[in-house]
Design a protein around this ligand. Structure first.
Ligand code: GLN
Length: 549
């Protein structure tokens, strides 16, 4: 019999509900319980796959190819499990299912309504993971948006009903709010929290736990006040003050006995106490590494850090075994193009950077800048790591500069190019629907022994997650290979290029997939780990040169 925890947010968005839900998952997992996390988003897109990164941040892709909210990335990283398409639901998907059923005549002539049909479908999805896996002890469901939004009402109503149908000890509600500090008054204010909890109560849900997000500790007095006005014992009101690293959050809530209190409330008997020794050791290294290294990330959505969330986290993980903190220097790829961008300007921009990463992306804006970054790193022997679009840009640079293909390009950017070193895959050519039609999810990759890629992974067969439409054009593989490229990873049938590298360079590696989607703090991705190691070595070389004079 699984228990259900619901995580909602109030007052404002962007309080870190995803991290709070992931933290609960982390602590309950650390106690030996089987936990699954899911995110329900009230918007009408069927999934975030068609949304701009400016709207939505990164699209996180799962093994089964589901294009998901980036919180699923936090869930996987904090609980070290692999999630599935069952674990992300949107209002769009709910309505898609209901309208499909309606057309099939499944409602037998009845009027189809928000209550009961929409709420029933939401309830079906809340319990689905535990139905599929009877070993699940706890299902944590995070509701996107803020309490009070019109579009989240059916989701909250479904929770209210489910709580009513279940025994009291089988469900609990965790509500995250903002406790602002008012500079002029010199104090924190609890009123927004009181209102938000009251709003939730007016929908029929009494919060069982409150997490107060704030700049500084809320203190005992405010805690008592919130508890009194919100019908709770003071210890059920948690202090969620800002921390330096999200990896500190589980330690912070554990210190406030969150896992104990939640288990008590749900009458859960976990197999053991929370084992957080490994997590603590990791967090210590993240917070106080003995050295630092600087990586330039040449992207298109650099003002919006959420667009590259998993890359940022992968660098945090990769720093741990290398005993460094990774400073990420975000460079707008458009600033690397234009007539005034000569060698001198690039020298200045990449000064003090020990590695260059070109991440994924879509569309032709800023492409030349990414190609320039790839060439600069190649010629200056700076460690280079290309991801998806980053691989495609590296192939264009090498095609143009080393393989004599002056017009080399991707047909994504120039459909008429005579040298389409990157082109649309056969099966992508006649696709009309945009949603869910890319090459998505986990694909096997075979790695050539004796290559850098093989040294990084330490094995010859891996599985990595994809999200793209274009591929290396096999017709140009011989020309690119003659220019020095080694295609060190391919699909097992060798038809699709997955990894390329330049053996003449200290570390030049690019991949068609997204390794950042599989990095975990306790298991940093081998390619990120080895790229950071190469950056550390590059920094050591520079230091040695400086020391010599
Ligand atoms: N736009 C490129 C493609 O569709 C790269 C996609 C990506 O980087 N995720 O193939």
């Amino acid at each position: 019999m699984a228990k259900y925890i619901f995580v909602t947010g109030g007052v404002v968005s962007a309080l870190g509900k995803g991290i709070a839900a992931a933290t609960l998952g982390n602590l309950l997992t650390a106690r030996g319980l089987q936990v699954v996390l899911q995110k329900f988003d009230p918007y009408l897109n069927v999934d975030p796959g068609t949304m701009s990164p400016y709207q939505h941040g990164e699209v996180f892709v799962l093994d089964d190819g589901a294009e998901c909210d980036l919180d699923l990335g936090h869930y996987e990283r904090f609980t070290d499990v692999t999630l599935s398409q069952d674990n992300n639901l949107t209002a769009g998907k709910v309505y898609e299912t209901i309208l499909y059923n309606e057309r099939k005549g499944k409602y037998l002539g009845r009027t189809v309504q928000v209550i009961p049909h929409v709420t029933d479908e939401i309830k079906r999805r809340i319990v689905l993971p535990a139905q599929k896996r009877p070993d699940i002890d706890v299902v944590i469901t995070e509701i996107g948006g803020t309490v009070g939004d019109i579009e989240s009402l059916p989701f909250l109503e479904a929770i209210r009903q489910l709580r009513l149908e279940q025994a009291v000890e089988n469900t609990c509600s965790v509500h995250l709010t903002l406790v602002p500090y008012i500079d002029a008054a010199g104090e924190i204010k609890t009123k927004p929290t009181q209102h938000s909890v009251a709003e939730l109560r007016s929908i029929g849900i009494q919060a069982d736990f409150i997490i107060c997000r704030s700049r500084q500790p809320i203190g005992d007095e405010a805690r008592r006040k919130i508890a009194l006005f919100c019908n709770l014992p003071p210890e059920y009101v948690f202090d969620g003050q800002d921390v330096r690293s999200i990896y500190e959050v589980p330690l912070n809530y554990h210190a406030q006995k969150m896992d104990d209190l939640v288990c008590k409330r749900l009458r859960l008997e976990p197999p053991h106490a929370a084992d957080l020794a490994e997590w603590e050791r990791m967090t210590r290294m993240i917070l106080a590494p003995p050295d630092r290294v600087r990586i330039a990330i040449v992207g298109k959505y650099v003002e919006l850090k959420d667009a590259y969330k998993s890359i940022t986290e992968s660098f945090v993980h990769a720093g741990i075994p290398n005993h460094v903190g990774v400073d990420q220097v975000w460079i707008d790829s458009e600033s690397l193009e234009g007539r005034d961008v000569g060698e001198g300007k690039l020298d200045e921009i990449f000064k003090d950077c020990h590695g260059v990463l070109v991440p994924g992306g879509f569309g032709d804006r800023g492409i030349q800048g990414k190609i320039n970054a790839s060439r600069y790193a190649r010629e200056r022997e700076i460690p280079f790591f290309g991801i998806c679009l980053g691989l495609q840009c590296a192939m264009i640079d090498i095609g143009r500069d080393l393989a004599g293909l002056a017009m080399a390009n991707s047909s994504e950017f120039d459909p008429a190019t005579p040298h389409a070193v990157i082109h649309l895959m056969e099966h992508q050519q006649y696709i009309e629907m945009m949603g869910g039609t890319m090459r998505l999810g986990a694909w096997p990759c075979a790695i050539k022994p004796g290559t850098l890629a093989h040294r990084c992974y330490g094995r010859a067969d891996v599985s990595e997650r994809h999200r793209h439409r274009y591929e290396v054009n096999n017709a140009y593989r011989p020309a690119l290979a003659a220019a020095g490229v080694v295609f060190s990873g391919t699909s097992p049938d060798e038809q699709l290029v997955e990894i390329m590298e330049l053996p003449s360079h200290p570390f030049f590696l690019a991949v068609q997939f997204h390794p950042e989607l599989k990095s975990r703090p306790n298991r940093p991705h081998p390619l990120f780990r080895e790229f950071v190691r190469a950056a550390v070595e590059h920094q050591e070389r520079i230091r040695a040169q400086k020391a010599q004079g």
